[in-house]
Design a protein around this ligand. Structure first.
Ligand code: NFE
Length: 533
């Protein structure tokens, strides 16, 4: 048996180490390790609860608006604010939703797609596209004179040798690399959309406890509309089309394989509230295909965090309203700063695939039913397995749903501006109570995000974040049950230990953000068969 260590796994957010036991070319055991620790919760103790929105946004440079939103909901609950004004609901959806557009396009084109492309074929490009010619020239130079360790490496120099699943056709590779470049421009547009209503990017400042800071003037709403039109066209005609075309074409064999298939346990807290009380992405918890709970309040009491194999002091886990963050760096058996969240004791996958599975199971109740869900169901009916490729398909299809949601919320906002003063903030519950408890549960791009707060003497006494990547990247729990990444890696084909290309495909399909899951570097480093991938 060979032990392979990939440390760090690149093209993700944050620092993740993957250790694999490989027997006869197949992964038989896996350990996912977050090598940094989050100190944000400790840092919040004693602060004004209203500051939590801005402090927690600094957990991450990608999904900050999700943290700001979840934090505001938690603080609002603790303050006694349950119903924020309708305009604030719409503006939060629009600010955070625009960030998702940026995030999902970035993930597919810039972090993941190159795992599936035999980029070396670009060295044979003979067309007239200026950028592709530049990329070809740089690639040829790098292939002839490989960069030494520490030297600059261009984004198109393959880290791994292509394999049987890779796309070798020059036209397809050139098209996807062209879209990679176009997606950079689209990311800028999506960020501008969010900044228009959120004040700035990254780390928006529009979402505050009780509502939002501004009802945008017509000129801003019109600008948002123009940008949304452009991004939506790209999402529908390029992003979704690329994912479906390659997923059912050159990658069909991979899509229908078991590569990256997990437990079949899925969780969603419900994402983007609609005016009728439903969510664009419905709530639900599914265990082995059966819906177990269908509402946030029904889900919340069943969440726990296990710290058996985390570098945390024993006894610091439990329900997030009770956990504390005390590190134990010498703990026997610990191998990660990521805790192990469980729902009813089960490891749960969160993120686009989970949302799509739950949406597909709740279609009859979903007032905002979307043809994208039907497209996903037809992929499953064609034999696509809930593994690495399906996660990309679910992410692309939910982006299309989101574009339509953004249009709906913008329309609702425009109707509200009928020449009268529109409420955007609950000022009644602005001051922190003497004591209070609250939680904020939402969907972030990578999955279910929860913040829990306890207020004592008007200040934060305890704060806890249970983040999407904490669910997915969790280590083994006290019963020896592996986390979702670890489970998805079991059975992964690694015919060549020097070239574990499928490992990157599986892990990246979840879109890890270890920056969210944890923070603070440990200097410990152990190497077996060390690969930077
Ligand atoms: Ni840092 Fe995040 C998202 C949150 S972590 S990116 O999405 O919350 O998984």
């Amino acid at each position: 048996m060979a032990v392979i260590t990939i440390d760090p796994l690149t093209r993700i957010e944050g620092h993740l180490k993957i250790e694999l036991d490989v027997n006869l070319g197949v992964v038989t055991g896996a350990r996912a390790s977050g090598t940094m620790a989050r100190g944000i919760e400790k840092l919040l103790k004693g602060k004004d609860p209203r500051d939590a929105t801005y402090v927690t946004e600094r957990i991450c440079g990608v999904c900050f608006s999700a943290h700001g939103w979840a934090s505001s909901l938690a603080v609002e609950k603790a303050h006694g604010t349950e119903n924020i004004p309708n305009a604030a609901r719409l503006l939060r959806n629009l600010i955070a939703g625009a960030c998702w557009l940026h995030d999902h396009m970035l993930h597919f084109y810039h972090l993941s797609a190159v795992d599936y492309l035999d980029l070396g074929v670009l060295s044979q490009y003979t067309g007239t596209d200026t950028y592709l010619n530049k990329i070809r020239d740089q690639l040829i130079a790098e292939l002839n004179n490989p960069p030494l360790e520490g030297e600059y490496i261009g984004p198109f120099l393959p880290a791994y040798a292509p394999d049987d699943f890779s796309i070798h056709d020059l036209d397809t590779v050139a098209t996807l690399v062209t879209h990679y470049l176009q997606a950079l421009e689209m990311q800028v547009k999506a960020k501008k959309m969010s900044a228009l209503f959120g004040g700035k990017q990254p780390h928006q400042s529009g979402i505050i406890t009780g509502g939002v800071t501004e009802f945008p003037q017509r000129i801003k709403r019109d600008e948002f509309q123009i940008l949304l039109n452009e991004v939506r066209a790209f999402v529908e005609n390029v992003y979704v089309a690329d994912v479906i075309n390659v997923g059912t074409g050159p990658l069909a064999q991979l899509a229908m394989s078991e590569v990256g298939v997990g437990y079949g346990n899925y969780l969603s807290y419900g994402g983007f509230p609609e005016k009728n009380g439903h969510y664009l992405y419905p709530e639900g918890a599914m265990i082995e295909g059966i819906l177990s709970e269908t509402s946030r309040p029904g889900i919340e009491p069943h969440i726990t965090e296990d710290v058996t194999h985390g570098w945390y002091e024993p006894g610091t886990g439990g329900h997030p309203s009770q956990t504390i963050q005390e590190f134990d760096l010498d703990k026997t058996g610990a191998y990660s700063f990521v805790k192990a969240p469980r729902f009813k004791g089960q490891p749960m996958e969160v993120g686009p695939l989970a949302r799509m599975m739950i949406a597909a199971n709740r279609m009859d109740e979903n007032a905002y039913y979307h043809h994208a869900v039907q497209t996903f169901i037809s992929l499953v009916n064609q034999g696509v397995q809930p593994g690495a490729v399906a996660r990309h398909a679910a992410r692309a299809l939910e982006t299309l749903m989101l574009c339509d949601g953004l249009q709906r919320w913008l329309n609702e906002l425009n109707v509200l501006n009928g020449g009268r003063t529109v409420p955007i903030h609950d000022t009644e519950h602005w001051d922190p109570p003497v004591t209070g408890n609250g939680y904020g549960m939402i969907e972030a791009p990578r999955g279910s995000l929860g913040h829990w707060i306890n207020i004592q003497d008007h200040k934060i006494d305890r704060y806890a974040c249970v983040v999407p990547t904490t669910w997915n990247a969790s280590p083994v729990d006290e019963y020896g049950i592996p986390g979702p990444y670890e489970k998805a890696l079991i059975g992964c084909p690694v015919p060549d230990p020097e070239n574990p290309i499928n490992v990157g495909r599986i892990i990246r399909s979840f879109d890890p953000c270890i920056a969210c899951a944890v923070h603070i570097l440990t200097a410990k480093k152990e190497t077996n068969h060390l690969i930077i991938g």
